[in-house]
Design a protein around this ligand. Structure first.
Ligand code: 5GP
Ligand code: MG
Length: 195
């Protein structure tokens, strides 16, 4: 697995520091909403890429919370560019109504913005008391920078990355760092006609 890595963009210490810092900021912002009334906090992680980020983030968030996952796919298999976002309905566990919930939506990376837009639509249709969005990474490209997002852990160059939950063909999610893949590894997909 390590042999397929080109560069480490963000190492594990930098991730840990920033996740802790971001969690504190989110908690400080949410606390006034939560103390105001009866509404609960519901986290909506987008599967599968956000799992490691969410696992680390919530352990720095000492708040009463529910977790309701949602599955949205846009980079199927060996694709390294978006194929348009679509929801796997069977894996949407959101309650019919989100009235009485403050929602924090969490994704791994903001790229074209399609995933966040679709997720925003699905959640806001259910009328939560408040709605915030958080991503681990945002690519420095116009479409991503123009997509509203409340919390961004890191802005990165417009490159395809893996690790810390992010995959290529469902591999590399368990890398503790955020990395780029060697050209030959990512290019292999094109030769197979799968990219
Ligand atoms: P968007 O819908 O904003 O184009 O892309 C968001 C989704 O595409 C992410 O949740 C992620 O699954 C996938 N994605 C976008 N860029 C990358 C990337 O650089 N690496 C990986 N592994 N997935 C990406
Ligand atoms: Mg994803």
């Amino acid at each position: 697995m390590q042999a397929d890595i080109d560069q480490v963009l963000i190492d594990r210490q930098a991730i840990a520091r920033r996740v802790d810092e971001l969690a504190r900021q989110i908690v400080a912002d949410l606390e006034p909403d939560l103390s105001r009334g009866e509404a609960d906090l519901t986290l909506v992680p987008i599967l599968t890429g956000s799992i490691i980020f969410v696992a680390d983030l919530i352990r720095h968030m000492p708040l009463r919370m529910r977790i309701s996952v949602m599955s949205i796919t846009s980079y199927p298999g060996k694709a390294t560019s978006s194929r348009g976002a679509s929801v796997e309905a069977a894996l949407t566990r959101l309650p019919e109504s989100l009235a009485g919930h403050h929602v924090l939506l969490i994704d791994d990376i903001l790229d074209s913005g399609n995933t966040l837009r679709l997720a925003r639509q699905i959640v806001t249709e259910r009328q939560p008391d408040s709605f915030r969005t958080c991503v681990l990474l945002r690519k420095k490209r116009d479409a991503a920078m123009a997509t509203p997002c409340d919390y961004v852990a890191f802005d990165i160059p417009d490159q395809f990355v893996v690790g810390y939950g992010l995959d290529f063909d469902d591999l590399y999610r368990n890398l503790p760092e955020i990395c780029t893949l060697r050209q030959e590894v990512a290019a292999g997909a094109t030769e197979n006609g799968r990219c």
